[in-house]
Design a protein around this ligand. Structure first.
Ligand code: SF4
Length: 281
């Protein structure tokens, strides 16, 4: 947290605890870089300074303002959620669970708003945080697996500070570390990192290979079985063109049943083709 206080980027949504402004920033930042969001964020709040103004805005005006930012469903969900909040007298939900019920608000966004706006002790785990944790702990678990993300969230939750002001800094600090020092593109800048002395990924030289995401399943074998008739007059594809016609047809006919269940006449007598043959696509 000391590192964050000394090094954090000065971003407009970090200067406020207004839930509306923090919510708008979090939605805009989904899948979008900070630099791209800054101008949109300022114009958006200038045009719709309150949740009521956003709720009452004509959709065309909203979409015009969002033009170029992409992922337009975010804007539509923002307005849907704004109308819900406006109907509740403009009072923003202030707990993780209640925030999660708003359209367009997922696990990470609910935690980020709950902690930044209301000082709730909720760990906000985005891709940056996952990367930092996996490198710090030299963990090769697949971060695309929701169970892994859930486990990381629980681990962070367990070590979060209790004081409201520290909670805000803690979440922002872990995200900032992942966004600026332990970054996704290029090697991590370990010499500038406050965790370099105890980071297992750095000490073991594995940091650059982490995190593991969407690990490819090892190449397997096709489940389908195909038939061949070697040295006979039968056409494997059923076209009646004779042996070898599969070359013209481009494929063998295939079955899904296990090899062992295939009748003997469907098995290749030459032994040139083995059960389950053919690499997976
Ligand atoms: S020491 Fe390097 S790898 Fe470890 S958290 Fe810091 S920047 Fe990332």
């Amino acid at each position: 947290m000391a590192w964050y206080r000394a090094n954090a980027r000065d971003l407009p949504w970090r200067r406020t605890t207004d839930p509306y402004q923090i919510w708008v920033s979090e939605i805009m930042l989904q899948q979008t870089r900070v630099a791209a969001v800054l101008g949109y964020y300022a114009r958006f709040l200038e045009t719709f300074p309150t949740v009521e103004a956003l709720a009452a805005a004509p959709e065309e005006r909203l979409m015009k303002l969002w033009e170029g930012l992409g992922y337009y469903s975010r804007a539509r969900n923002l307005q849907k959620a704004a109308r819900i909040v406006a109907e509740q007298g403009g009072r923003f939900p202030d707990t993780y669970q209640d925030l999660l019920a708003l359209p367009g608000v997922g696990d990470y966004t609910a935690s980020a708003i709950a902690s930044a706006a209301f000082g709730r002790r909720e760990a906000a785990v985005d891709g940056n945080v996952l990367r930092v944790v996996m490198r710090l702990t030299d963990c090769r678990d697949d971060i695309a697996d929701p169970k892994v993300k859930k486990a990381v969230r629980a681990q962070i939750q367990a070590v979060m500070p209790e004081a409201e002001a520290d909670i805000r800094v803690f979440n922002q600090a872990t995200m900032e570390l992942g966004a600026t020092v332990c970054a996704p593109n290029g090697p991590p800048r370990c010499l500038e990192c406050p965790a370099m002395a105890f980071c297992k990924g750095r000490l073991r030289g594995t940091a650059e290979d982490l995190p593991v995401k969407g690990a490819k399943k090892p190449a397997g074998w096709r489940r389908r079985r195909c038939s061949c008739w070697c040295g006979t007059e039968r056409s494997p594809c059923g076209s009646g063109r004779g042996p070898g016609c599969w070359r013209a047809c481009g494929s063998f006919p295939t079955w899904r049943e296990p090899w062992t269940r295939l009748p003997p006449e469907r098995r290749c007598p030459s032994g040139a083709w083995s059960p389950g043959g053919g690499r997976a696509d």
